[in-house]
Every structure is written in C-alpha cells, then in structure tokens.
Unconditional design. Structure first.
Length: 632
C-alpha cells in the first residue's frame, strides 16, 4: 500500500518527470466563433451563466444598456480559454465538427427587431437589424487581437459567425455585423476587390455553374453537398455566406456577386482549390450546352476528385453503386466512418450497402481516377394486412419510412395525378411554380386571372372562376388570399369552384375546376394527358398510389426517377400549409396537398406521406395508427 501511495504522489507531480520538449504538437483552439445574444445585458448574462444553460468564453456588452451596471461597452470573461464553452452546438467548419471542442466563442449583446407576420398560408418573420455599437466593436477588436496573440493556429478563414458553422439553424451575428471593419483591423478574411471585380465580369459573361459554386463553398469551409440543385441546404449556406461577405445582397440565391466573392476568397487564401475549381469552370464554359434532362436517381454523377454529399435517411436507397472507367483507388466514408476502401479495375462495378442511422448523413468520396456513382431514391414496400382497421374499413393510405399501409389497389386521385404530372412537366421545361397560368393558357384571363400563378392554383389562392364565398383579404399583388378558417369551413379542392359541387356532379366524377386547369397546364407543356405524362416519367414503374406517395415523401424522386426538382419541392412546401384539422400529425417541415376528397399530408423529414380522405384522422383509438407509427 505504501508503494502504491508513493507512485500516486509521483504521478500527480509533473515537475518530477524529465522534460524533453517536442515540436510535434498543436493548439486545441483552431477557430473563433462570433454570436449575438438577441437580448439585453441582464438576460444575456443570465442565459450564459444559469445552471444547465449555454455559455461562451466572453461576453461583449454594449453602451447605454439600461439593464447593465455600467454605461460603457466592456468585455466580460465567462469561461477560461483552456476550457470548453457551450456556444456552438451542432456545427461544422473546414472539415471539423463539434466546434465547441476546438473554438473560442464570443457572445455580443445585440438585439435584432423581429416580429412574426401571420400570413394566410404561413407565418413569416420580418426582422430589422440595427447598426452595432461602435464602442462595442472597438472592445471586440481589442479582445480578438489579444486572443489571436495567444492562439496562433486560428487562421483568418477560421474567424467565423455562428451562421457560417450552423447555417441551417442560425443567423448570428447577422448582416449588419462589420466583418470588413474587422478585416481592416487585421482580423479575419476578406477578398481582394480587384480580383472580385475581374471574376464578377467573367461570371457575368459565363456564370459559374451551381455545382462549382457549391464546391467552392465547401472548399472554403461550409458543410454543403455538391448536388447541382438550389436545395434548401444550399440556399441556407448561400445566405450565411452573403451575410458575411456580400451583406448588401442577401438573397440566398446563387448570383454573380456571390460566385465572384467566394472564388476571390479561394484565390487569396486557398489558391490550389481556386485553381481546381477554375480549371473545371473553363472546361464547362467551352463545353456544348446539353438538353434539359433530370438526373437519374438521388445521385447519378461522375466523381474525379474528393466530393461530399448530404443524404436524407428516408430519401436514399439502402445501397449505391460505383463503376470505374479505369484503375481507381476509391475511399468511401459515411459520417467519417470508412465503409469502402477498394481498388476498382476498368469497367468494374461495386455495390456498397448503406446504413443511415441519423436523419442526415455526410457521404464522402475520394478517388484517384474518375468513377461513376449511382444512388437511387428509396422505394416503397406494401405491408400485408395493414390496409384495414379493426372494423374492417379501409385505412387512409399512407407511406411511412418506405412502407405502405393501405389498399394497394386504391387509385390515384385526379387532382394528385395532375399535380405530379404538372410538377414533372415544369421541371422538364425549367419553369417553377411562380409561372403565370396565362403564360401557358392564354384564354385564362379577365377578372384578375392574369395575376394568378401555378402556385396560386395549387394553394387554392386564385380562383379564375369568380371569388369563392369566403372571407378574403387582398394582398399587395391583388391576389385573393383565404383566411386559415377556410380549412375548417370547406373542402379545399372545392374552393375554386366558387360553390359546393352538387351530388350529380360528384357522381359523374367531373373534375373540380382547379383539377381540370392543372390537367390543361400539363397538356400545354407536354402535349400529353397527365396520365400518359406520369407513365412516361416513371418508365417501367407503374405510378400507383403507393409509388406516388413515396415520391412525395422523397421530395420528387423514386428509384432511378427524379419526377420534379428540389426547387419545386421547396416551393411546394412553402405554398401548401397544413390545415389545423390534421396538425396533430404534422411535423415542422410538413406540407399539405389539397384534393377533392381530402388531402395528402407530406413530411419529408419523417418519411411520411398519407392521403387523409376526410381531411382528418378518425377519432377511434385503433384508427390512430398513423400517429403511433409516425411518432415512434
């Protein structure tokens, strides 16, 4: 026992060991993250020090804050720099995740003025961002200079905002934060103006393709997939980048100024990556323009250098294929875990099983030679004996995480068939839901119909056949917008008829005016009926109700078919709010497609699409199976 105590005493005293310093080490701190608190000094301090709450290494106050014990802006240290503060949350920057582990966080007392606008179809926040307090920024600059003197591994490109490292959920420090002023004080990164101007001129003549813009954003540090589509993740990343480097033009769109700015940054701080992207750009700029076609599957592309893709658990199939044109050493990682390290011979195809255990997964591919990667969308499997409830009645059909519950012989409602066919036709024509109906149907005019878009038809906001007998409000564009109460007063698909359909019309199966208009739009775009359009789009797969519901759950894809683009999927989710009568089934990303006999509730994040034939789930406990399955 005495010997053990002696050894323990020696181990606890580092000065007892011989010291031979090694140069082979680095500092823990690699980045600096700036936040705003959204509240005043008193509330900020409470939030950052209360037990079980958040924290940051420093808090920078503002001048003349009535809740503060002092009138001047000042710096307060809350956590020692050697310790881990809880400020970043789920985050990623320059190939590192969990930035709490290797960053210093600074909270700045700052409050944007936001209010929620209750729109007829959705709630929207309107925010105003005041200027930052100059004295506060002066204190912040002094603080950062001190930090950088102590932590030499923090590079200029690693001084970032919370919105840069978590752009899908955060927007601080906001578009009014003076990043350029910090750069002028020797802090952080900024592009050379002459370089940016030259690239802007070049990209105006021949735009930087979206795939290369995504590649450039990823190379700089953002966790973004190279999809070639302006999906929600891409738009969020663009907005974060624009707030940091193009704050006068925050549009979340891939514009020329944004492309020039990110490429100018790469040229200044990461010249090898700039050269790689520009080489591909020059090849693209001189290549012939291909016809507008939709990708085959979730991924269908050739990879010749490291690439990264963000996969949705419920949209991706459970295996992908790799095919080499020549000898290629391929490494495949899923969430940083290696799932394949293999040398492919020319013409060899390898099937790789995927197991996605989280809602989103990062797929990383590295190869020494070009390889083709193919990953289909998930498909549907009917569940036996799951089509009826305990009374023998058919359940409302539903696709839940790749499994179909309901009558496999149920037909696809005309309104749903016409909607999907139109989404496909619009994708092929490179149009979106803001296309005016009159552009495709010249006879659709008079009584304000010229202002009616396809989005208005799908969301039941524009009649074209006289106003419905409901309370309405006029928007700035002159459109008719129904109050949310309409969902409880009338079947959504009947709104455009201007009246309830009579029994005889219902018996003959006549389509409601909006359904007929959707069909006419499909014919105008394709020259075919909606049914033939869908049959052609799906190819060998019959567009049955299970397949259609799975396509909606996948946000437009099924197997090797992409029926409509992510742009349209995003627009659809914004114009189609969930009615209160089915809100107990809905998640935050759900949307609703109205059809004459009810509607389809879609929640892509949860892998759910269900046709609720009577606008609401049944009240009987054993008929609430959707809620049980969906919530577990």
């Amino acid at each position: 026992m005495a010997l053990m105590l002696s050894i323990a005493s020696l181990a606890g005293c580092s000065s007892a060991y011989q010291q031979i310093p090694s140069d082979n080490h680095g500092q823990r701190v690699k980045s600096l993250v700036l936040h705003f608190t959204t509240v005043d000094y008193a509330e900020s301090l409470h939030a950052l020090t209360a037990p079980g709450g958040l924290s940051a290494h420093y808090l920078v106050t503002r001048s003349n804050d009535d809740s503060a014990p002092h009138t001047d802006a000042t710096v307060i240290q809350l956590v020692d720099e050697s310790d881990r503060a809880w400020h970043a949350g789920e985050s990623y920057w320059q190939h590192r995740s969990r930035l709490n582990d290797h960053s210093i966080g600074i909270e700045i007392v700052y409050s944007p003025h936001c209010r929620t606008l209750n729109q007829p179809t959705y709630d929207e926040q309107l925010c105003q961002f005041p200027d930052y307090d100059p004295a506060q920024i002066s204190q912040l600059i002094s603080l950062i200079k001190d930090i950088l003197a102590r932590h030499r591994d923090i590079s200029p490109t690693a001084i970032v905002g919370h919105s840069d490292i978590a752009f899908n959920r955060k927007m601080d420090p906001g578009p009014r934060f003076p990043w350029h002023q910090l750069y002028q004080a020797g802090i952080g990164a900024w592009y050379n103006q002459d370089t940016m101007t030259a690239l802007w001129t070049r990209f105006r003549q021949s735009p930087l393709p979206l795939t290369l813009l995504q590649q450039a954003l990823f190379d700089y540090g953002y966790q973004i997939a190279i999809t070639g589509q302006p999906d929600e993740i891409t738009r969020n990343a663009l907005a974060a980048f624009q707030m940091h480097f193009v704050p006068w033009q925050v549009s979340a769109s891939p514009d020329v100024a944004t492309a020039a700015a990110i490429m100018a940054l790469l040229k200044k701080y990461m010249p090898e990556k700039f050269a790689s992207v520009m080489q591909r750009y020059e090849q693209h700029a001189t290549a012939p323009v291909a016809a507008n076609t939709l990708p085959a599957g979730l991924l269908d592309t050739t990879i010749s250098q490291p690439a990264h893709f963000v996969l949705s658990r419920w949209q991706a199939a459970n295996q992908l294929q790799l095919k080499a044109g020549q000898d290629a050493k391929v490494s495949l990682r899923l969430n940083q875990q290696t799932v394949l390290s293999h040398v492919l011979s020319p013409g060899q195809t390898v099937t790789v099983p995927l197991s996605l255990s989280s809602p989103l997964a990062l797929l990383s591919i590295d190869t020494t030679s070009p390889v083709q990667i193919s990953l289909p969308y998930s498909t549907v499997t009917p569940i036996k004996n799951a089509d009826r409830d305990s009374t023998g009645d058919y359940r409302d059909p539903a696709v839940i995480r790749g499994q179909y519950y309901g009558d496999v012989n149920a037909g696809v409602p005309a309104a749903l068939q016409n909607t999907l066919a139109l989404l496909h036709a619009l994708s092929r024509a490179d149009m979106d839901l803001q296309t005016p109906v009159q552009r495709l149907l010249p006879y659709f005019k008079g009584n304000g119909r010229s202002k009616c878009t396809i989005a208005d038809l799908l969301s039941r906001h524009c009649s074209g056949y006289g106003r419905p007998p409901l309370t309405t409000t006029e928007g700035a564009s002159g459109r008719v917008s129904h109050t949310p109460a309409m969902w409880q007063q009338v079947v959504p698909a009947d709104v455009l008829a201007g009246q309830k359909p009579d029994i005889e019309t219902a018996k003959t199966g006549a389509q409601a005016p909006v359904t007929a208009l959707l069909g006419q739009l499909v014919r105008a775009l394709t020259g075919q009926s909606p049914a033939v359009t869908l049959d052609t789009a799906y190819g060998k797969v019959a567009p049955t109700l299970p397949v259609v519901l799975q396509t909606l759950s996948n946000q437009g894809g099924y197997g090797a078919t992409l029926l409509y683009t992510p742009v349209l999927a995003r627009q659809l989710s914004l114009i189609a709010p969930v009615p209160p009568t089915v809100s107990q089934l809905a998640g935050p990303d759900s949307f609703w497609l109205a059809i004459s006999s009810g509607g389809v509730l879609v929640d892509p994040a949860a892998g759910l699409a269900t046709w609720l034939s009577d606008d609401k789930p049944d009240d009987k406990p054993d008929d609430l199976y959707l809620q049980k399955i969906y919530r577990n």
